[in-house]
Design a binder for this molecule. Structure first.
Ligand code: 3PG
Length: 307
């Protein structure tokens, strides 16, 4: 019997697990669950008889793929698939997929949660500032960026966007002012919300040259990936610009240093939690299960991300 393993170091909400289990069992497959594992050996052991795998940010390395001789498909229940070794998957004929857009609203809402927490001084009761009338730059206008724009409009912000892969009309239709370069975006916006994926081209691309362009009182919000930030530049920017703040859902390697040196100007969530809502878990988890059923039964490869 086809075995579908859900392996999540950071578990889905219980309702999402129940929904995935139902889809898997209704398709006539066996359901297996590995949650909260702390050592890769648990994952290596669990995948050895799995035909299909659902993960979140769990690392699906070559070692994991090699440990799963029956594996036919792995679905990253979420957007970014930088945690999947695509070459290793392709080498073993394993189809790799993601579930684009399914958790996007949750991530967008958290970006505003971080902004509000910060500008209201950590909900301490001290006098803060407001989002209304401020400029917001959306760096990459994909699924998350679109929700960020929608919410920002509700707050009465002036919204700009930069995305070389999206036609400018898509932004103007949504009341977002398209800009033609990242330099322009950072130069114009008091708030910049990052939504670029971590790729060979984007890693460490948010550097001092770009950050220094930001106007007085600038805040960078990162709910994307830590790898896109040049951490040396971030440290330098915080040191040189006393008006600059960094809010992030992703722990940089220099987190402790930032918190100690720049209290009040750096805010981090306890654990990457942008997509950690019941709704996002249900949307992404169930989509992953349905994609697996469609692939195993009908060979449907929609959302495949590896060549
Ligand atoms: C994504 O790429 O979908 C988000 O970063 C969410 O990641 P998570 O599933 O680990 O919360």
């Amino acid at each position: 019997m086809t075995k579908v393993l859900v392996a999540t170091e950071k578990p889905f909400a219980a309702l999402a697990v129940e929904g995935i289990r139902n889809i898997v069992q209704e398709a006539g497959f066996e359901f297996a669950l590995l949650e909260n594992y702390t050592d890769v050996s648990a994952l290596l052991n669990a995948v050895k008889d799995a035909d299909a795998l659902i993960v979140r940010s769990d690392i699906v390395s070559k070692e994991v793929v090699d440990a799963a001789p029956l594996l036919k498909i792995v679905v990253r229940a979420g957007a970014g698939y930088d945690n999947l070794d695509l070459a290793a998957c392709s080498a073993k004929g394993v189809v790799a997929m993601n579930t684009p857009g399914q958790n996007a609203n949750a991530v967008a809402e958290l970006a505003f949660g971080l902004m509000l927490f910060h500008l209201r001084k950590g909900f301490s009761g001290k006098s803060g500032t407001e989002l209304r009338g401020k400029t917001l730059g959306i760096h990459a206008y994909g699924n998350v960026g679109k929700f960020v724009a929608l919410i920002a409009k509700g707050f009465g912000m002036e919204v700009f966007g930069y995305d070389p892969f999206i036609p400018a009309e898509k932004m103007t239709e949504a009341g977002v002012i398209p800009l033609s370069s990242a330099e322009e975006l950072y130069g114009k916006c008091q708030y910049v919300s990052l939504h670029i994926p971590a790729t060979a081209d984007t890693k460490r691309s948010i550097n001092l040259e770009l950050l220094k362009r930001m106007p007085k009182g600038a805040t960078l919000v990162n709910t994307a990936r830590k790898e896109v930030i040049c951490e040396e530049s971030l440290l330098k920017m915080l040191e040189e610009r006393k008006d600059f703040s960094y809010l992030s859902d992703i722990e940089p390697d220099c987190k402790e240093q930032l918190l100690a040196s720049y209290p009040g100007r750096c805010v981090f969530t306890a654990k990457k939690m942008g997509a950690q809502t019941e709704e996002a878990n249900i949307n992404a988890g169930l989509a992953a299960a349905r994609q697996i059923a469609a692939f195993i039964k009908n060979g449907d490869k929609t959302f495949q991300v590896n060549p």
